[in-house]
Design a protein around this ligand. Structure first.
Ligand code: DPP
Ligand code: ZN
Length: 892
């Protein structure tokens, strides 16, 4: 497949002033008539190149006259015309086959309904069109379909008319007043239930908010609609951005490749991010729904009103919108809590986001797919909807927020919209807007060094050294940054030069007794100072530091970097007890546990491993600290995940990691038995007093209670398994039920496991989202191996064609069951499933294909076996462009 380079960007030679689409919808064969009002931008004639794939051409007319085959060129992926005049009307009639479309890109069937997915390049599977985000057009859409099978016909914008037609068909006409690129086009046809509310926006506009779902699911849409209304209010209040539509619709689809899609005025969602009630959704799902609904809604401005010039700029909308949804969730959490809890609520959200970054993005940034948040090249853009573009992209926006402050950042956003509303722009345009504000407020400084975050891949490391001068009571801190070559850079000769980045580094100092040392900041003092590291090495000196301080580094994770500092173990324990920054406090405990665990993995014997006693003591102190919220404790007391540990283990030895982590969990389960028990009791009593609500206070309590249960059962299964069974049987909501069930399936009493799984299945047989949980739980269970998964694949409820189901079983096993998958049989199974999925849905297959990206880091026995599996995939004669890009890069 050809490689596409960012530097090759050329503006399109034509404008598409208006687009009229008329659909004769039918799941077998749909006919599309597309009428485009086209105008050339330059003075000399140039070919008009349109994208189209898997389409059947019926006819082409220019200004009402049919073209003959000599007048155009039709290739597998393009249609080329040779117009002489500067403006003309082009009408194309074509057909497509929704029922045969298993890729879920373009127009496809899910259940009995029809849906579209056009981002990034799905519109070309509907009709020939300049399928690129910088071609923006005004859309009018006519939908015709059988009135019984498809009583609801939805598209973007406003409903202009509805008419009954002959032969039991009917028609709806929609007009979107906002010009948009075709990736934001959507249509939905089917029979749905709808929950709606009318609101008045801050500007005084009346708007209709609607959530559509399959018949029978209406009772599970209340939360989604509330989240949508809260999103509208939050964007008005915090960003001053109003809803610009009369009508905003969300439709839940069972078959969906991604989480959701921000089509203008007609968001299509994976049903997993819409449907919730206490009996079927966990607290984590409620939270995820809030964040995805926020995310897609916020795209209405950051993505839709201002969109991307080309797909290399994807982080322009995704990084920014993830930052916005993270802030939305943090604000919602803090707002709903009493003050003591609210303080740590933002830290809890931050911890969760950083864990996600370290789980998915750090490995990506160190592996064969490493790319800057604004990639330089790609073969298949579908492969670049990555943790780097999204999550690291959000960190890069967050750093700009840190550099400018809330008020400065909002001023930058206003500048951005004033300059670019209605345009398709670049990441540089965004930073220019921020830089304008930054320069005005920081004379002599600018963001030129900061911009390198957009072009540099790899996770930078910041090394810290401290020099304390007892005589002068002063302390100097030296920060040095470096960024190793990653991905393709490793093979460059001469080696790539990586210039320093602008890293906002938040720092505090604690006395040897654990009290905060005030730091001079201008004429004030502060507990936390943000240092501007812009060179390879810089030093800062602090006065009035009597004893050698314990530094609290990278507070609130102020930059997406790895910190290197040679803490003593007792210093980490001190920070875990006393640090006033809740993020850094959590980090210190995690670091202590990481050191202990890595030292257990034979080849990682280090000389800085803490004694088990110190770890137990630290966990004891944390667990009994009643100033900490339950939600925070649930994060602080959980050990670093297997995947995060694997990332730090050299060479990576998955089986040893799993064993070490389980052993420590059992130790802590026994050593802290009394504390776990008392948490369990107290939380049970507290929770029993009120009925279920998906709020952060209760969610934190349930999380800690499940955490305590899991430690108790892991430590002494014989003694505590009954408690888990009791919680399972008496559960009044899915969070309790799943918490106990996952504890049950991770121990080894086969009978108890089988009984619980069977009861769960029969209870939820008819709820696909819950059956996904049932598969996922078994996929990750300690006793599950390849044979177990193969037998689950023969279960009547299993299908590869539904992405949620494939993710629940195959992805969960390959990505999150290190014990089960890391064997020759596991890798062979993985290769087989990548190929099987690729024949159905390349986008999904390519995600699974990335499971062992970092295979070169593994101990030799694992490494050779993974290489064999990769080569087996590579040798397959018909690989999609998606999978072949991933596998070729992994093997390069
Ligand atoms: N729908 C995906 C998202 O919102 C792609 N834009 O991130
Ligand atoms: Zn997005």
């Amino acid at each position: 497949a050809p490689t596409i380079y960012r530097h090759d960007y050329q503006p399109y030679a034509y404008r598409v002033k208006s687009t009229r689409l008329c659909f004769e919808l039918d799941e077998n064969v749909t006919t599309v008539v597309s009428t485009l009002d086209i105008e050339r931008t330059g003075t000399t004639p140039v070919p008009l190149i349109l994208n189209g794939e898997h389409l059947e051409l019926i006819s082409i007319e220019v200004n009402g006259s049919p073209l003959s085959e000599n007048d155009y060129r039709l290739d597998t992926e393009t249609l080329t015309l040779f117009p002489e005049s500067t403006s003309f009307s082009l009408q194309i009639t074509n057909r497509c086959k929704p029922i045969d479309n298993s890729s879920l890109m373009g127009l496809y069937v899910s259940g009995k309904s029809l849906f579209t997915q056009c981002e990034a390049e799905g519109f070309r599977r509907i009709t020939w069109f300049p399928d690129r985000p910088d071609v923006m057009s005004r859309f009018t859409v006519t939908l015709r379909a059988d009135a019984k099978r498809y009583p609801l016909l939805l598209s973007n914008g406003n409903l202009i008319s509805q008419t009954d037609l002959a032969n039991g068909r009917h028609e709806a006409v929609w007009e979107d007043p906002h010009p948009k690129p075709c990736y934001l086009f959507a249509l939905v046809a089917g029979d749905f239930d709808c929950r709606e509310t009318r609101i008045k926006t801050a500007e005084g506009r009346e708007a209709l908010l609607q959530v559509y779902c399959d018949k029978g699911d209406l009772g599970k849409t209340a939360w989604a609609l509330q989240c949508l209304e809260r999103s509208v209010r939050w964007d008005e209040q915090r960003f001053g951005l109003p809803l610009d539509l009369d009508r905003f619709m969300i439709v839940a689809a069972r078959d969906f490749n991604m989480g959701a899609m921000e089509n203008k005025g007609l968001n299509v969602f994976n049903s997993a991010y819409v449907l919730a009630d206490p009996d079927t959704a966990t607290d984590a799902s409620y939270e995820a729904i809030e964040s995805v609904i926020g995310h897609e809604y916020f795209h209405n401005w950051t993505g839709n009103r201002v969109t991307c010039r080309d797909w290399f700029q994807l982080s322009l909308k995704e990084g920014l919108t993830v930052f916005r949804d993270q802030e939305f969730s943090a604000d919602m959490m803090a707002a709903s809590l009493p003050e003591k809890e609210a303080v740590s609520a933002r830290a809890v959200k931050r911890i969760d986001d950083v864990v996600a970054l370290r789980t998915a993005q750090f490995p990506e940034d160190a592996g064969p797919m490493a790319h800057p948040i604004r990639p330089e090249s790609y073969q298949e853009i579908g492969n670049f909807y990555t943790a780097t573009v999204y999550e690291k992209g959000a960190e890069v926006i967050r750093m700009q927020h840190t550099l400018l402050g809330e008020e400065g950042f909002q001023a930058g956003m206003q500048t951005y919209f004033r300059r670019h509303d209605g345009q398709a722009v670049t990441c540089d345009d965004f930073v220019d807007a921020m830089d304008t504000v930054y320069r005005a407020r920081n004379p002599g400084k600018d963001m030129s060094v900061f911009r390198r975050w957009y072009s540099q891949a790899g996770t930078p490391r910041v090394n810290v050294s401290i020099n304390h001068d007892a005589a002068n009571q002063s302390c100097s801190i030296t920060l040095s940054q470096r960024c190793e070559p990653v991905g393709v850079e490793k093979r460059r000769n001469p080696p790539v030069e990586k210039p320093p980045l602008h890293i906002p580094f938040a720092l505090g100092l604690l006395s040897p007794e654990g009290t905060p040392i005030p730091l001079q900041n201008g004429s004030d003092t502060t507990d936390t100072l943000v240092l501007d590291l812009t060179e390879h090495t810089q030093s800062w000196t602090f006065k009035n530091v009597p004893g050698r301080p314990v530094p609290s580094l990278l507070r609130h994770f102020s930059a997406p970097v790895i910190v290197e500092y040679d803490y003593r173990n007792d210093e980490l324990a001190l920070l875990a007890r006393f640090d006033t920054d809740p993020f850094a406090r959590w980090e210190a405990g995690q670091e202590l546990a990481t050191r202990y665990l890595l030292a257990q993995v034979s080849e990682n014997i280090t000389n800085n491993a803490p004694e088990l006693a110190l770890l137990v003591e630290t966990w004891q102190t944390l667990a009994s600290d009643d100033t900490l919220s339950a939600a925070y404790l649930a994060r602080a007391l959980v050990l670093p995940s297997e995947r995060i540990l694997l990332e730090k283990c050299k060479p990576a030895d998955p089986q040893a990691i799993v064993a070490a982590r389980n052993a420590l969990r059992a130790e802590l389960g026994i050593a802290l038995q009394d504390i776990w028990q008392s948490h369990y009791q107290n939380l049970s009593e507290t929770l029993n007093k009120s009925s279920y609500a998906p709020n952060p206070l209760q969610a934190g309590q349930r999380a800690l209670r499940n955490c305590a249960l899991s430690y108790l059962v892991t430590g002494q299964p014989q003694k505590y398994l009954d408690l888990a069974v009791k919680q399972y049987e008496g559960a009044t909501n899915m969070t309790e039920r799943m918490g106990s069930l996952s504890t049950i399936v991770h121990q080894d009493s086969v009978q108890t496991i089988q009984k619980a799984l069977a009861s769960f299945y029969s209870r939820y047989e008819n709820n696909p989202l819950v059956i996904d949980r049932w598969f996922a739980l078994q996929a990750t269970a300690a006793s599950t191996d390849v044979d177990t998964v193969r037998s689950l694949m023969t279960h009547p409820a299993f299908t590869m064609r539904n992405p949620n189901r494939a993710r629940a079983l195959l992805f969960q096993f390959c990505l999150n069951n290190l014990k089960g998958v890391h064997s020759q049989a596991g890798y062979a199974f993985w290769a087989e499933q990548v190929l099987a999925l690729d024949a159905i849905n390349p986008e999904i297959a390519a995600r699974l294909a990335r499971a062992f990206d970092n295979w070169r880091r593994f101990a030799p026995a694992y490494r050779d076996a993974i290489e064999t599996a990769l080569k087996k995939i590579q040798a397959h004669p018909t690989l999609s462009r998606n999978v072949s890009e991933i596998i070729n890069k992994a093997l390069e």
